[in-house]
Design a binder for this molecule. Structure first.
Ligand SMILES: Nc1ncnc2c1ncn2[C@@H]1O[C@H](COP(=O)(O)OP(=O)(O)OP(=O)(O)O)[C@@H](O)[C@H]1O
Ligand SMILES: [Mg+2]
Length: 208
């Protein structure tokens, strides 16, 4: 079973958006998926509550308290973990100890880069990650096509040894799905087709 942790010490970079859409992408292809919320704000748990019964089922796990981490994980194909914003080191270690894949969303804003690079350096130094038992994938989020900042972000991250794996556009559709308990893989309309393509590098990486 895969345990995919979505995490960054930086708040508001899209952890919940990435976690919910990743859970939907896996559930849409028939996998048994749980979304574990390790954030005290419990945004992912509220999202699961809003999820229409007609859509593929995603189980909710409350991991907002440290002693709940790791529970009830036997019968599932994957657990996607929505990590907390300000990550205390003990909780980070406990969550990373659970993870097979670590997805780090980052905004294409220079204010976010330094904090994210420090965070990446920190998690890369954890023994389990050093030993290659968990892979790190960096995903640029809220990319604006007309902005040149993604190129700078790409260069900055690759200079530090963290290549960008995927680029997710800034689209109002994500806020609509967040409100409706759904994700871009729930519906196969043509409008979402291009948007879904942006998730493929990440889906391929967590599959490998
Ligand atoms: N690709 C996107 N396009 C448009 N809006 C987005 C996108 N990703 C995230 N958002 C919006 O940005 C805001 C922050 O996203 P989100 O809640 O996923 O971040 P977070 O890292 O989980 O935040 P927190 O640290 O508070 O938990 C939300 O309003 C969300 O709808
Ligand atoms: Mg969140």
């Amino acid at each position: 079973m895969r345990k995919i942790l979505v995490v960054n010490s930086k708040g508001g970079c899209g952890k919940t958006t990435v976690a919910t859409n990743l859970a939907v992408a896996l559930a849409a292809r028939g996998e048994d998926v749980a979304l574990a919320d390790a954030d005290r704000q419990k945004s992912s748990l509220s999202w699961v509550k809003r999820r229409p019964k007609s859509l593929s089922r995603i189980e909710a796990l409350n991991w907002s308290k440290e002693d709940a981490i790791g529970d009830k994980d036997k019968k599932l194909d994957a657990i996607v973990i929505d990590g907390p914003g300000g990550l205390r080191s003990e909780l980070a270690k406990n969550l990373i100890a659970e993870a097979s894949d670590i997805v780090v969303p980052v905004l294409a804003s220079a204010f976010d880069w330094n904090a994210t690079i420090k965070f990446l350096d920190g998690i890369s130094d954890i023994k389990r990650v050093r030993k290659g038992k968990a892979d790190i994938y960096v995903v640029a989020n809220r990319i604006n096509r007309r902005s040149t900042q993604v190129k700078d972000l790409e260069q900055t991250l690759s200079d530090k040894g963290y290549p960008l794996l995927a680029r997710i556009s800034d689209r109002v559709l994500y806020a609509c799905h967040a409100a409706a308990g759904s994700g871009v893989f729930d519906y196969s309309d043509s409008r979402s087709h291009e948007i879904r393509g942006q998730w493929h590098p990440l889906l391929q990486a967590v599959d490998s």
